[in-house]
Design a protein around this ligand. Structure first.
Ligand code: GDP
Ligand code: MG
Length: 709
């Protein structure tokens, strides 16, 4: 049996899905977390397949993820719908229920969030309501896992459930529906006939197409709709919406009273947190603290210990002497000690920082603050043509860019969606954190501002890119409105938070054990072998293959401050996975300076860069430039165009280069270095950027129009 979970965004579908199937899908406090349908099997009965769908408000989709849900419900004939209703927002949620009742599919209504209903003191006569809509209603709390056995029981006995009674419209509409039902359209099933007829009455083109309705019949249907509109003097969408709300209030009449809401603690917090003047400084301070604490203080302390004591004093010497006492070949000792422990070990050393960062971010998400952040950022983003909807992918990207890019599916406007795909990986993801921490710790002397600065540079890069690109034709245009319900603040469950953190840390560790592991072995090999006078053989690092390749590309990076081939090579390996930047430096530096002269990895890294501004330029370049291949692949899938993918990568890399150039060159001038051609180039870049930011939109068009005259 196939069961579909359908409901409004944020009503608890994924929480319920996890409770029913025992899986641990991402649950977020904002819409757009589930952007694809996800299947799972019931814990208690593996024959029952449950599909978690993206949230929808109605069966008329506006964005890609909503279309997924609509098409699943209408065309894939699930045997049962579990309609999850946020019972603390009954009227709004019933709008979808009324439409689901038309699909002719048996339905169980799950009243979720009953814990909140109880707390609010609302009154709901579930029994009478269930009778009125003709579908069983089960009260649950997906979060607190209440009512789940009852729901399971209802699902198991679903064979006895009949489709609910569809809403009755006024006589003229009913007559119009009947006419369409009686036409020669071949409806997939007898039960679904009414639902499809209503969609056709609503002028749903996609339905007409998928039912392959003949043009003549479609024209007749159009006549019926037009006739109805003329009679009532309003358009069909408004007409049906009105009728549906009428139906809902009739259904709820006497069964539901919402208690007059007092000003809750949530409202009081919101008054400050979303205040027009205070909201942005508060958001900035919170994010500052998050990055400061996790990367610079607590996390850094834990990481230092992991790197210096755990790996440096325990694992490395133990491995070295252990292997040597076993009589292991020198090259194998070097592979394991320099390559694997040096590379993978260095990357893993940053796990504590990552853990602390994810702990904070998950807390902010789960307690409800991040939903406010999207709302606050909407006011900020609106100025340069993005909406708060674009903030959600950015938020997700602070974990990993790939789901961040996928989350852009919820953005209806294609131009804004593209823009968000291009800019979302500017936000430092978990994999970039080790790079930030390494450079921050080794070169910036643990400066308190490094990590927060990178986060805000990421946001600034999003803003700057949006402002510049929105002034060009392929991106211009107004943004669609952003509607979002703010959930009440609540104390997150420790289990939920730890689950989030665990998921994210786990993928970091898995990556370290697979991709990074292999990459470090490859780097070890490339940096240990090379062509000498005696042919291809093991050689010292400066004559290795990697040194040759690195030296080839290093000149490109000389103007931005990291002309050392090791830094250049690390940047390139970062394309495979950003952790590789650290892994590569780990391998290369463990091999050379660090082990020989006992200066430690930190100093070895610092000695790669001529100045602090060079190291900072290296860091910023690696944060902003083309993301890893996995993310580029995600961009390719979401853009569905090679040209746009290339554009995205080129834009990111060029912007990264421009910013790094300015940081290094202006840093040099500030340090009292002489003025060079490169300093001139940096000034030119700054002027160019300022011009692109401040110019009036579409000058090209005016320019060309004038030329034509
Ligand atoms: P979806 O968008 O419908 O998949 O919703 P999610 O499952 O992602 O949940 C949205 C938010 O509602 C999360 O913060 C959940 O913790 C919260 N939530 C889900 N079910 C309940 C519930 O029964 N009670 C309360 N208080 N919160 C819930
Ligand atoms: Mg979901």
């Amino acid at each position: 049996m196939r069961v579909a979970l359908a409901g409004n965004p944020n009503c608890g579908k994924t929480t319920l899905f996890n409770a029913l199937t025992g899986s641990s899908r991402y649950v977020g406090n904002w819409p757009g977390v589930t952007v694809e349908k996800i299947e799972g099997r019931l814990k208690s009965n593996k024959n029952i397949v449950i599909t978690d769908l993206p949230g929808i408000y109605s069966l008329t989709p506006r964005s890609e993820d909503e279309t997924v849900s609509r098409n699943f419900l209408l065309f894939e004939h699930p045997d049962l719908i579990i309609n999850i209703v946020d019972a603390s927002r009954l009227e709004r949620n019933f709008y979808l229920t009324a439409q689901l009742a038309e699909t002719g599919i048996p339905m169980i209504v799950a009243f979720n969030m009953t814990d909140i209903v109880r707390k609010n003191g609302d009154f709901i006569d579930t029994k009478e309501l269930s009778h009125r809509i003709g579908a069983p209603i089960i009260e649950i709390s997906a979060l607190k896992e209440e009512g789940i056995p009852e729901l399971l029981n209802a699902v198991e006995t679903a064979a006895e459930i009949k489709p609910p009674r569809p809403p009755q419209y006024s006589a003229s509409i009913e007559k119009a529906i009947q006419k369409i039902e009686a036409s020669d359209i071949s409806f997939p099933t007898a039960e679904s006939r009414r639902g499809f007829a209503v969609k056709i009455l609503e002028r749903d083109r996609e339905i007409l197409q998928s039912l392959s309705v003949a043009p003549k019949t479609a024209a007749e249907a159009e006549k019926i709709t037009a006739e109805l509109e003329r009679e009532s003097g309003s358009d069909i969408g408004a007409l049906l919406a009105n009728e549906r709300y009428g139906f809902i209030s009739r259904i709820l009449d006497g069964c539901y009273t919402k208690k007059e809401k007092k000003t809750t603690v949530s409202d009081k917090i919101d008054r400050i947190v979303t205040d027009r003047l205070l909201s942005i400084p508060i958001f900035a301070s919170i994010m500052f603290l998050v990055y400061f604490i996790s990367v610079t203080t607590v996390g850094a302390f834990l990481t230092d210990w992991t790197n210096d004591v755990f790996f440096g004093e325990w694992i490395l010497p133990a491995a070295q002497s252990g292997l040597e006492s076993l009589g292991t070949a020198d090259w194998l000792v070097s592979l394991i000690v320099d390559g694997i422990i040096g590379g993978v070990g260095t990357v893993l050393g940053f796990l504590p920082q990552l853990f602390v960062l994810f702990l904070f971010l998950s807390f902010l998400e789960d307690c409800g603050y991040m939903a406010r952040a999207a709302f606050i950022m909407h006011r900020f983003f609106k100025r340069f043509g993005l909406s708060g909807k674009s903030f959600i992918p950015l938020l997700i990207s602070s974990g990993c860019g790939v789901p961040g890019i996928m989350a852009t599916k919820t953005i209806e406007n294609e131009k804004s969606r593209r823009l968000t795909i291009i800019t979302t990986t500017f936000i430092p993801c978990g994999a970039k954190l080790p790079v930030i921490a390494l450079i921050g710790g080794a070169v910036m002397g643990g400066a308190w501002w490094t990590a927060p600065a990178i986060y805000f540079i990421g946001i600034a890069a999003v803003a700057v890119s949006s402002i510049i690109l929105k002034k060009t034709k392929p991106f211009e245009g107004a943004e669609s409105p952003f509607v979002m319900e703010l959930p009440d603040y609540h104390w997150p469950s420790p289990k939920g938070i730890l689950l989030h953190v665990w998921e994210r840390c786990r993928s970091f560790v898995i990556k370290a054990g697979t991709v990074i592991f292999i990459a470090c072995a490859v780097i070890w090999f490339l940096s240990g072998f090379g062509f000498t006078e005696d042919g291809f053989e093991m050689t010292n690092i400066e004559e290795s293959l990697l040194a040759d390749a690195g030296n080839l590309i290093a000149p490109i990076f000389r103007p931005v401050g990291f002309g050392d081939w090791k830094a250049a090579a690390a940047t390139v390996t970062g394309l495979v996975a950003k952790e590789n930047i650290v892994g590569t430096l780990g391998v290369l530096l463990t091999k050379s300076e660090a082990t020989e002269s006992d200066v430690g990895l930190w100093q070895a890294v610092a000695s790669l860069f001529p100045s602090k501004s060079a190291a900072f330029a290296f860091l910023v370049f690696n944060i902003l430039c083309a993301p890893c291949f996995a993310a580029i692949g995600a961009v390719r899938r979401q853009m569905n165009s090679r040209t746009w993918t290339l554009f995205a990568v080129a834009w990111q890399t060029l912007l990264a280069y421009a910013v790094a150039l300015m940081i290094f060159q202006f840093g040099n001038l500030a340090d009292g270095e002489p003025f060079t051609a490169a300093s001139g180039a940096a000034i030119a870049v700054l002027v160019g950027l300022l011009y692109a930011l401040l110019r009036s939109p579409r000058w090209e068009e005016k320019f060309f129009r004038r030329r034509k005259k």
